[in-house]
Write a protein that binds this ligand. Structure first.
Ligand code: HEM
Ligand SMILES: [Cu+2]
Length: 480
């Protein structure tokens, strides 16, 4: 249906998605263990809780990034020829980083959370050594370099094919008198924009990583804590947002096959992507609303841009999707299309509690509560990860079968039910001021903890069905 000029790198991406599916499952089990421990259903050593929390945070964010960029790579490969060797090098560096991170946590005992907030890595109170912390930071640096490499290859090819950065961002259509027929496809616009901001985020992240590393080795090399925090949250905010913005390319490329109509680059679409590019960079101070030392203007900017940041793109994507769905006479539901539509819905719904938390008045009481994991688990679990599973289902889709078989339906239903229940329990706990990141909860909080643990089991069951059916699909496709 969609004219592909080039052949995307099927094998590399399929292999990566299998890997990612297995890691997602494993990290979900880590999450389940944490929630069960908070509910007093199992007992684990508190130091181990924070190791698991660190692994879950870094592992999930890393996998979201990995799946997001694999989706981007796969579909960008339809429009420009990308070098396969770059992807394999990326994967090698990425996995080296993963090994370093896992070693630092489970051998070295590092448990300073995925945010490695300065000076925590260097102040473990005897729980881990400076070497363990340094290994963790080094692992991140490997992953950062891996991403930079892939983004540079993408940027290079897009600029060559579309003339300039502005050309790939559809600026002539957005701000000039360019015509929609000549505009680059949505995938190219999204790939260019997310490449730009992710590169900026990673470069800032690499700078603060290296500074923290030097500080670990030479404690006299002091880092300004507030500056380090700004840089870390700039990086973290941009990186996790980029994972969603990259994954949404799957919606633009795959759903048209179901809708019977291509997803078009319109003027609002082009403007929204440029706005997102600016806002994603400007909004990060909403992570620092509790830092009294921050200048007031930055915090106010964080709040105001929070209202604006996701909305243009979300509105354009979600609204277009609704219009396309209403107009289409050929749309049908199978696992892939159901998960992709769920992903857009989860992403949209999750942004509401995020914006609430981005208000300074609310943030003062909500910020260190489970409201925060509540909102981001919605748009990650039911957004980015739903899109990822949808993409995987599409990769192994049997063109002779149309519709949901009973296993697909069961997987989708338990994943959805579990995901909604699980995230709702976080939000309820947050509204009741239950703090986040506490290994031990008091019995008054057990009810939500235990319900959430049950819902988490459903999520894991659904995800297991998706991954198993993907693995079977890969095997069948090879023999077909
Ligand atoms: C079955 C699915 C999942 C379960 C049971 C689960 C469970 C948890 C729990 C219990 C926490 C700690 C909450 C607290 O602070 O008290 C947590 C934190 C977190 N989760 Fe999940 N999670 C799941 C899926 C995901 C997914 C899909 C992602 C991202 C793609 C994710 C990313 C994170 C992050 C970034 C944190 C923050 C870690 C920190 O505070 O340092 N989780 N999760
Ligand atoms: Cu943010």
């Amino acid at each position: 249906m969609i004219k592909a000029k080039h052949q995307p790198q099927e094998a590399a991406v399929k292999f990566t998605m299998l890997l990612a599916g297995v890691v997602l499952l494993l990290m979900m089990v880590f999450g389940f263990i944490m929630r069960a421990a908070q509910g007093g259903m199992i007992e684990i050593d508190q130091a181990l809780f924070y190791q698991i929390m660190t692994a879950h945070g870094a592992g999930m964010v890393g996998t979201a990034g990995l799946t997001g960029i694999s989706i981007l790579w796969y579909f960008t490969g339809r429009y420009v020829p990308l070098l396969a060797g770059v992807f394999w090098t990326f994967l090698g560096l990425f996995l080296t980083g993963v090994v370093l991170i896992l070693g630092s946590i489970f051998i070295g005992g590092y448990a300073g959370a995925w945010t490695f907030l300065f000076p925590l890595p260097a102040m473990s109170g005897g729980f881990w050594s400076n070497e363990a912390a340094a290994t963790f930071l080094l692992g991140y640096i490997f992953i950062g370099v891996a991403f930079l490499l892939l983004h540079l290859e993408i940027a290079r090819k897009l600029i060559a094919a579309y003339g300039s950065i502005g050309g790939a961002l559809a600026w002539p259509l957005a701000f000039g008198n360019g015509r929609a027929e000549n505009a680059p496809p949505p995938t190219v616009v999204a790939a260019m924009a997310s490449t730009l901001f992710n590169v900026m985020g990673i470069v800032v992240g690499a700078t603060v990583l290296v500074s923290s590393l030097v500080n670990l080795m030479i404690p006299d090399f002091a880092v300004n804590a507030l500056l380090a925090k700004n840089m870390i949250f700039f990086f973290g905010h941009v990186f996790i947002n980029a994972s969603i913005y990259m994954a949404v390319i799957a919606v633009y490329e795959i759903l048209p096959e179901y809708l019977g109509k291509p997803w078009k680059t319109t003027r609002p679409f082009a403007i929204a992507w440029t706005m997102v590019f600016l806002f994603v960079l400007a909004v990060y101070p909403h992570h620092l609303l509790q830092d009294v030392a921050m200048p007031a203007w930055a915090l106010i900017m964080g709040q105001v841009v929070s209202y604006l940041s996701g909305i243009p793109l979300l509105a354009v994507t979600a609204f277009s999707l609704l219009v396309y769905l209403r107009q289409s006479r050929v749309m049908y539901w199978d696992l892939a299309s159901a998960l992709l539509v769920l992903g857009v819905a989860g992403w949209s719904i999750g942004s509401a509690p995020a914006i609430i938390d981005g208000m300074i008045a609310v943030n003062k009481v909500m910020h260190n509560t489970q409201w925060v994991p509540g909102h981001f688990h919605i748009y990650l679990l039911l957004g980015e990860v739903a899109i990822t599973f949808g993409f995987m289902a599409w990769l192994v889709k049997d063109p002779r079968e149309k519709g949901l078989n009973i296993l697909d339906l069961a997987g989708f239903a338990v994943y959805l039910l579990g995901g909604v229940g699980f995230t709702l329990m976080f939000l309820i706990s947050g509204a009741l001021s239950v703090p986040r990141r506490w290994a031990v909860h008091v019995p008054e909080w057990f009810l939500q903890d235990r319900l959430a643990t049950g819902f988490a089991l459903l999520v894991i069951l659904g995800a297991l069905l998706f991954v198993v059916s993907y693995a079977q699909g890969l095997r069948k496709k090879r023999t077909r």
